[in-house]
Design a protein around this ligand. Structure first.
Ligand SMILES: Cc1cc2nc3c(=O)[nH]c(=O)nc-3n(C[C@H](O)[C@H](O)[C@H](O)COP(=O)(O)OP(=O)(O)OC[C@H]3O[C@@H](n4cnc5c(N)ncnc54)[C@H](O)[C@@H]3O)c2cc1C
Length: 289
């Protein structure tokens, strides 16, 4: 197997175009597991880890541009204030070793329905920046995840970065797995409260063929918060609102039975997580955060 090592972004894009059979590799936590289990035998690996701009992030006009190779460990350490939802999710990924290697770009490259980064990216309204020798394309996260378990990348494209709006209110992430650490999510949920735009948004994971927003629940909560003047009063959310919200989040799911959980358990878990996550996020908002 050939190993293509590039040091510049231009060379990476040129190599991607010239070697369509080459598999990009960032942290390698998915790629190497696939190779070790003989699930994949690409003709070449295209190593992105030495391209400097992929490992950088910066904020411009309220948007964090997160290079594709920024690791989970760095998101936790450096971006907890700007991207609290993604940082919470990053903290739950694998183990310290996996978090020091694994990247959000790699998670998008795998586009697995279980990836912990996806629900907070959906809830935050993130946009994936894809590039090729043909140019740059921006794909909203909501359009990126395909039901066949792949990302919406063309064969000659690489993920350059993810553009994530800086949080203006509480963001939270919840995940249920078989144990506290090193667990693939059985169900996951992310919520973002945006008092500036007066919007609530969420993303669900591991409960459908692809990560997706809970669109009807988002509209319901956004509408209720506005209609009852709750953004301004910061009064408590009623039980009936919370239960209806949990129900609507669950209606967005289409889970299946598998080795980790039944579809029924996933639905129940999602409703409970949605209610609790909303309660915690709202309590944070009431407390002025
Ligand atoms: C023990 C273990 C535990 C884990 N636990 C979790 C967990 O709890 N939660 C979770 O979400 N994940 C978990 N993972 C999965 C994995 O760590 C994540 O999916 C991680 O985000 C992958 O990032 P990476 O940089 O290692 O990607 P890689 O393995 O390098 O690449 C993954 C895929 O993305 C493609 N790719 C990488 N970079 C780019 C790019 N810039 N452009 C286009 N394609 C690209 C690759 O070709 C490949 O298809 C675990 C993995 C292991 C081995």
């Amino acid at each position: 197997m050939e190993f293509l090592s590039v040091a510049t972004w231009e060379d990476a894009l040129a190599a991607r175009a010239a070697h369509p059979g080459a598999l990009p590799i960032a942290g390698g936590t998915d790629v190497m597991a696939g190779l070790n289990h003989d699930l994949d035998r690409p003709s070449a690996l295209l190593d992105l880890a030495r391209v400097p701009e992929l490992s950088q992030w910066h904020t411009h006009e309220g948007i964090v541009r997160l290079g594709a190779c920024v690791t989970y460990a760095r998101i936790v350490a450096e971006l907890g204030d700007r991207l609290p939802g993604l940082a919470m999710a990053s903290h739950t990924v694998g183990s310290p070793q996996i978090r020091r290697r694994g990247t959000v770009g790699g998670s998008l490259g795998s586009a697995s329905p279980e990836g912990d980064a996806h629900p907070p990216l959906l809830a935050a309204g993130a946009v994936v920046e894809a590039a090729s020798v043909r140019g740059v394309r921006r794909i909203p996260a909501v359009d990126f995840y395909q039901e066949d378990g792949r990302g919406a990348l063309a064969a000659d494209e690489l993920i350059a970065a993810v553009l994530v709006p800086v949080a203006t209110g509480p963001q939270r992430f919840s995940k249920i797995g078989g144990r506290q650490a090193m667990a693939v999510a059985v169900a996951s949920f992310a919520l973002s409260l945006d008092p500036t735009r007066r919007r609530a948004a969420s993303g669900i994971g591991s409960v459908a063929p692809a990560p997706r927003p809970a669109a009807v629940a988002n509209e319901f909560l956004t509408g209720e918060l506005e209609a009852s003047g709750l953004w301004d009063s910061r009064a408590g959310l009623g039980e009936s609102l919370m239960y209806r919200y949990g129900e609507l989040v669950t209606e967005a799911a289409s889970p299946s039975d598998d080795i980790r959980a039944t579809a029924e358990y996933r639905r129940l878990a999602l409703a409970v997580m949605a209610r609790r996550t909303l309660a915690r996020a709202w309590s944070q908002y009431q407390g002025g955060q």
